[in-house]
Design a protein around this ligand. Structure first.
Ligand code: AMP
Length: 420
């Protein structure tokens, strides 16, 4: 009996009929990166697992429950990367990028892996785009990172999103706030979900982030982080807001944004799609001034964000945004008879060398079959070469949209195709 294989649960194939959409959003992301002068960094998809344990936090959901962790043949512990920031910071430190000019503003694209319960907008292998700006505490960089994300979403034509920002303070402010949260939640501890009961002990801020309805209701009157910010953090937060205002970027302050990972401090932000349902965070980001220290680097504060391509595509589809044009060849080559095949292949090669996308199917022999294929590929033109044309050193150029056709001298066809 034949065995039937399928993709692993929570993963999917990007098939040819939609891959152009991915290509489009990736291109727009790269365009925006160039405008903001961020450069690409590519790191491996697996790393030493303790890179994530030390930075993201051993008690975070990502590390505690969702990491694809494995031992290699020598018993070393690795993990498929669940997120992009820790690997970029690892590479930044390892390669001394702080000492190299123009190397502090980085972007990445690629798959991440989390063993979570799959649902719409949540996968086990998903693709993120993200940026990191490492080395400065100046909060202009926070506003710039937000402006980058905002430009990207608007460039894609999206409108139904909301930028929410918060400051989760520095270590000093956090301690007081954590105590206040513990005091607030403890009387209701029995009504919290089991995850939140744990969170209350280990990292109480994360109760605010819980999606469970009863936890959300209890959290709705919790003390606000904003009231616990010290003077410096308050001043920084005001500056971020001021810079966003002068850049004309609309936002709301949401004191409940805490971000799920342990390394964040001060500025935290999310872009929420107001129509997406449960998994509605398009982009999440924030400042991480102590992350590099956890990974053995010194004085390397940073700010960044990451977003998932899957939710982005869902949003774009809902808003009927344009994905550019699907890939179609400009020319479909038709050859009739044995003699025309060799000359046809020579022409095909020249057309492609001149940047003219051309399709040819050597298995289709008859005129009818080849013209049918030409129409199916949605090519703009057919070039038809038969015995008669060869003898007269010409080729038939047929406009497939209008049906118009004419004879063109074979020596002139490349130049002509470049112009139309
Ligand atoms: P995070 O790294 O958890 O802050 O997530 C940043 C962004 O990545 C989210 O806002 C989503 O757009 C996307 N994302 C995170 N986890 C998943 C997942 N399991 N499946 C699809 N997209 C995800």
């Amino acid at each position: 009996m034949a065995i039937k294989f399928s993709v692993p649960r929570g993963t999917y194939d990007i098939l040819p009929d939609i891959s152009y959409k991915w290509e489009y959003v990736t291109k727009v992301f790269r365009d925006v990166a160039r405008e903001f002068n961020y450069k690409e960094i590519v790191t491996p998809i697996f790393e030493n697992s303790n890179i994530f344990e030390r930075s993201v936090g051993a008690t975070s959901d990502i590390v505690e429950k969702e990491m694809y962790k494995f031992e290699d043949k020598k018993g070393r512990s690795f993990a498929l990367r669940p997120e992009g920031t820790a690997p970029v910071v690892r590479s930044f430190i390892e390669n001394g990028l702080n000492l190299k000019p123009n190397s502090s503003k980085l972007y990445y694209l690629g798959p991440m892996f989390r063993y979570d319960r799959p649902q719409k907008g949540r996968y086990r292998q998903f693709y993120q785009y993200g940026i990191e700006n490492i080395g400065s505490t100046n909060v202009y960089n926070d506003a710039e990172a937000i402006a980058f994300a905002y430009s990207f979403l608007t460039r894609l034509g999206l409108q139904n999103f909301e930028l929410q920002i918060n400051s989760i303070g520095c270590k000093k402010c956090t301690q007081d706030y954590d105590n206040a949260l513990k005091e607030y939640f403890t009387p209701n501890i029995d009504s919290l979900c089991s995850d939140c009961r744990n969170r209350l002990i280990k990292n109480p801020k994360r109760v605010l982030d819980c999606k469970v309805k009863t936890c959300k209701i209890i959290a709705s009157n919790a003390p606000s982080m904003i009231d616990y910010l010290d003077e410096d953090c308050q001043r920084d937060f005001e500056k971020v807001k001021e810079y966003l205002n002068v850049m004309n970027i609309p936002f709301i302050v949401n004191a409940k944004i805490v971000r799920g990972l342990d390394y964040y401090s001060q500025t935290a932000f999310e872009f929420i799609d107001t129509n997406l349902g449960a998994q509605n965070t398009l982009i999440g980001g924030g400042r991480y001034n102590t992350l590099a220290e956890q990974l053995g680097g010194k004085n390397l504060p940073g700010i960044g964000f990451a977003g998932g391509f899957e939710r982005l595509l869902l949003s774009m589809e809902q808003e009927n945004s344009s994905f550019g044009l699907p890939q179609i060849p400009k020319v479909y080559l038709v050859t009739l008879g044995e003699e025309a095949v060799s000359k046809g292949i020579e022409l095909l090669s020249k057309l492609r060398k001149n940047g003219i996308s051309t399709e040819y199917d050597p298995d289709k022999i008859s005129m009818n079959a080849q013209m049918k294929m030409a129409n199916k590929t949605e090519a703009g033109f057919a070039l038809i070469l038969g015995k008669n044309e060869l003898e007269n050193n010409i080729i038939i150029l047929k406009n497939l949209a209008t049906g118009e056709q004419k004879n063109v001298n074979l020596t002139k066809i490349i130049e002509l195709m470049k112009d139309i």
